[in-house]
Design a binder for this molecule. Structure first.
Ligand code: SAM
Length: 462
């Protein structure tokens, strides 16, 4: 592959005697990865359930390698086509890209911001770490990419979330010193993906490090405005350039003495950051494709000095819980769950549930606020795909559990009507939560010996 001379010069200087090994990495195959959604299933249970022969990504506790060669398109064992993918049990992600979310301290009940989140590779892991408690605000300025973000978060069953498509400066005005943990996975020149996506190389020649560095410096300052004292900020890129990495961090730490660099949980394959202007940045981490099985990333973990103060809620909150239409109440009576921590609200014909601590503020462009429970179609209530993904089978009164190997599972995912055996059909009428091996896929409506397909058309298996 033709690489830009200026890029090669930069890598030679950065890597020194490791430079030939880096060049050599272009002749090695790239690898894919799968990250278990621990918001739905533990790693142990996942391995038991799938019995797939998966090699662990050694520095990410829920990450595994997936060989691209072994799984041809359409192959039933292809993880991108398997029913468990549609059940949100994992996210397909390149291994180096699993690192940033794995190194940001996030615990249940935290308020977490992913400022540049689409399509959600890292946001889905941050949500899993919250275990349904606290809130995730996932933002991305690109409307089309933010729609992919919404789909991925809903597919993984996340409900304690807000999704926005905002300029960070507008978010900072609403959420000053608000978040416990912030991920800034900044837009960058993408040098770390050169092996995997050749198109990044030509994009680099148009917009290289000097184009991105000022954008990144602006974004990191805006991120800090939203970080509470004592909170953590993780800056990451998928590029190697010191101009977009160490220099951004050095300038930021210089400007804001209340920010301190923290060590990143180590792995032997990581390389330390280089010093800039006499500032030691060895606590930063470079991930290079010649040192690990995967591509390239950069990480800097920082903490805002000081202790947390009492939490202020964002301005413009509404606390009312709306009265629900009778048909929605009736449907919800079949869900065995304590909704009292949060509140329902209706917007036009749509009904949402906001879990505790998840409150939209006025004036921001939200793509999703909490869980879309369903839609009123005249006097009928239709539950949403997102609700199906957020439920556990034991929470719903009527369940059809199909084995992942039952051919009806794939037919259901393709949007077809499926038939019920005599025993399966007994006593089933109306809405059913269709599951695969105990994990929800979507809704269907039982009508005699068959199930009318209610799987969301936009998500169908093709
Ligand atoms: N974190 C994502 C993931 O793991 O799937 C990848 C994020 S990608 C590296 C950077 C993202 O930043 C892009 O989706 C881009 O649309 C978004 N972006 C660019 N400028 C932005 C801005 N000013 N504010 C918010 N997002 C921005």
């Amino acid at each position: 592959m033709e690489l830009p001379i200026a890029f090669l010069e930069q890598m030679k200087e950065l890597l020194g005697e490791e430079y030939p090994e880096y060049l050599e990495s272009f002749s090695r195959p790239t690898c894919g990865g799968l990250r278990v959604n621990t918001g739905k299933i533990s790693v142990e249970k996942f391995l038991e359930l799938t019995r797939w022969d998966l090699q662990p990504v050694p520095w990410v506790s829920n990450g595994f390698y997936v060989s691209r060669e072994e799984h041809a398109e359409g192959d039933a064992a292809n993880p991108a086509k398997h029913p468990f993918y549609y059940a949100g049990l994992y996210y397909l992600q390149e291994p180096s890209a699993m690192t940033p979310a794995s190194r940001l301290p996030v615990k249940p009940k935290d308020r977490v911001l992913d400022l540049c989140a689409a399509p959600g590779g890292k946001a889905t892991e941050l949500a899993a770490r919250l275990q349904g408690e606290g809130m995730l605000l996932a933002n991305d300025i690109s409307a089309s990419r933010a729609r992919a973000l919404l789909k991925n978060l809903e597919l993984q069953g996340v409900e304690n979330m807000l999704i926005t498509g905002e300029e960070p400066e507008r978010l900072a005005a609403v959420y000053p010193e608000f978040f416990d943990a912030i991920l800034l996975d900044a837009p960058c020149s993408g040098e770390g993906m050169f092996r995997k996506e050749r198109s990044m190389v030509s994009a680099w020649s148009g917009k290289g490090p000097s184009w991105y560095a000022p954008v990144q410096s602006r974004l990191i300052r805006q991120a800090r405005q939203m970080l509470r004292p004592g909170g953590y900020l993780l800056y990451s890129t998928c590029t190697f350039s010191p101009e977009e990495n160490e220099q951004v961090i050095a300038g930021f730490l210089e400007e804001f003495p209340d920010m301190e660099l923290c060590p990143v949980e180590p792995y032997e394959g990581f390389a330390p950051g280089i010093s800039v202007g006499g500032r030691d940045l060895s606590a930063c981490v470079h991930i290079f494709p010649h040192r690990i099985e995967g591509e390239g990333h950069f990480l800097a973990l920082m903490r805002r000095r000081g202790a947390s103060v009492d939490r202020e809620e964002p301005s413009g909150r509404e606390h009312r819980s709306d009265a629900l239409p009778a048909a929605a109440e009736e449907f919800l009576s079949h869900i065995c769950r304590d909704w009292s921590g949060g509140r329902f609200f209706c917007r036009q014909d749509q009904i949402y549930y906001l879990p505790e601590g998840v409150e939209p503020a006025k004036g921001l462009r939200y793509l999703r606020t909490g869980l879309l429970v369903g839609t009123m179609k005249r006097s009928r209530f239709e539950p949403s795909q997102a609700l199906a993904m957020a439920l556990r089978p034991e929470e719903f009164d009527f369940v059809l559990n199909l084995s992942s190997e039952d051919e009806r599972t794939v037919r259901y995912l393709k949007g077809e009507t499926i038939s019920l055996g005599e025993r399966e059909a007994a006593g089933k009428k109306g809405w059913l939560l269709v599951c695969t091996d105990g994990f929800p896929l979507g809704f269907g409506k039982a009508a005699g010996p068959s199930v009318k397909n209610k799987y969301y058309a936009g998500w169908r298996m093709v």
